[in-house]
Design a protein around this ligand. Structure first.
Ligand SMILES: Cc1cc2nc3c(=O)[nH]c(=O)nc-3n(C[C@H](O)[C@H](O)[C@H](O)COP(=O)(O)O)c2cc1C
Length: 184
């Protein structure tokens, strides 16, 4: 039975290269709203969405993330970033930052996936990003970056989702069906 939602879930993959085409305002706003439509524990709705379309600001954040890993001497992460052309946000034209209160990791993840699935359904690529979190958690830079992005008081970085039109569709990750078990 054809089912668009199921097709989109299986077709979504992380996109790490984007064209210059900018998604229109209506599309970006719709994606932001899908995060708020996500379910949350006790309907606590702990996620705020900060939509960044300023590429200079994103480049600055990207440099700050790299500087953090250089400061920590985390060569494995730096090598991974280097293998991705020194990109953390992959030049995506829009990034959704999910600020969260009460460390509600599950709620953030669900909100991020809503954006990713909705983006795929509209023909956009996206990638969920945890790495930028370091600049919001490092005591040396956290206050600066929370203020630059306008995090409300008491909110922490949860995840970011970069999105735009895919220049490289990537490959679907393999699925291990042995990870499904049944109890009757
Ligand atoms: C919580 C979370 C954090 C992630 N952080 C990053 C990240 O910082 N950078 C990145 O390139 N991909 C990141 N990803 C994407 C994963 O690498 C990707 O989902 C995984 O390799 C599977 O590939 P797929 O999304 O194409 O199925 C993250 C994904 C999740 C769910």
């Amino acid at each position: 039975m054809p089912n668009t939602t199921i097709d989109v879930i299986f077709a979504r993959r992380s996109v790490r290269a984007y064209t210059d085409r900018r998604p229109d305002d209506e599309t970006v706003d719709l994606l932001a709203r899908t995060a708020l439509a996500a379910p949350s524990g006790s309907n606590s709705q702990p996620v705020n969405v900060i939509v960044v379309r300023n590429s200079a600001l994103i480049r600055e954040a990207e440099q700050a993330v790299i500087a953090y890993f250089e400061k920590q001497g985390e060569t494995a992460v730096l090598d991974r970033i280097k293998s991705r052309n020194n990109k953390v946000f992959y030049d995506a034209p829009v990034s959704f930052f999910l600020a969260v209160k009460n460390k509600s990791a599950a709620d953030v993840g669900i909100a991020a996936e809503n954006i990713a699935i909705a983006a795929a359904s509209l023909g956009l690529g996206s990638v969920i990003l945890g790495l930028p979190g370091v600049i919001f958690n490092d005591p040396d830079t956290a206050a600066h970056w929370k203020s630059r992005l306008g995090f409300p008081d008491g909110y922490e970085f949860g995840l970011a989702v970069a999105a735009g039109y895919a220049a490289d569709t990537g490959k679907a990750h393999s699925i291990d069906l042995k990870k499904i078990s049944y109890i009757f």
